[in-house]
Write a protein that binds this ligand. Structure first.
Ligand code: ZN
Length: 164
């Protein structure tokens, strides 16, 4: 498997499953438990972020997803291209949105930052690499097409390219 410039490496789907690590973006210091993110309301408790109500006395700490949104530094980038996309854009974007809603309900750190459309395609940025991978999987299982993953392990970034 060849390595690309800048630490990027093409990956197969089955390889990715074992490779992806949890997002530790800006979690240099250990968070107080429980903590509540003042921006989105997610609560850090027993080592994970949930949508549970904040217990009284919770500290405040910005969650990694809100940090990435503020920094405009997505963990995942999903590029969509091709004539099938152009002809079914609304339906495909809806599928992507549904997938995000499903993941986000369970995993507060998995969010879409933006969906930018242009005449050539669309770019979806995400706060978490797992969501980017799952969007790629969802597109492929719904519509087939060509799907590629490129993972940057050092920086924990994932690029997904889907074309049909
Ligand atoms: Zn947050």
């Amino acid at each position: 498997m060849k390595t690309e410039r800048g630490g990027w490496r093409p990956m197969r789907r089955d390889e990715l499953r074992d490779e992806l690590v949890h997002d530790t973006y800006k979690s240099g210091k250990k968070l107080a438990e429980p903590s509540r993110c003042p921006d989105c309301g997610a609560v850090y408790h027993r080592g994970r972020w949930t949508w549970s109500p904040a217990p009284s006395g919770a500290a405040e700490a910005t969650c990694p997803a809100c940090h990435r949104i503020k920094d405009e530094f997505p963990a995942g980038r999903v590029t969509l291209k091709g004539p099938f996309l152009a002809a079914h854009r609304d339906e495909i974007v809806q599928l992507v949105r549904n997938r995000e809603a499903h993941e986000r309900a369970e995993h507060p750190l998995q969010r879409i930052i933006a969906i930018e459309s242009d005449p050539d395609g669309a770019l979806i940025t995400t706060t978490d690499i797992h969501l980017a991978r799952n969007i790629g999987d969802a597109l492929h299982s719904a519509y087939k097409g060509d799907l590629e993953y490129h993972y940057n392990k050092e920086e924990n970034l994932l690029r997904v390219e889907w074309r049909r």
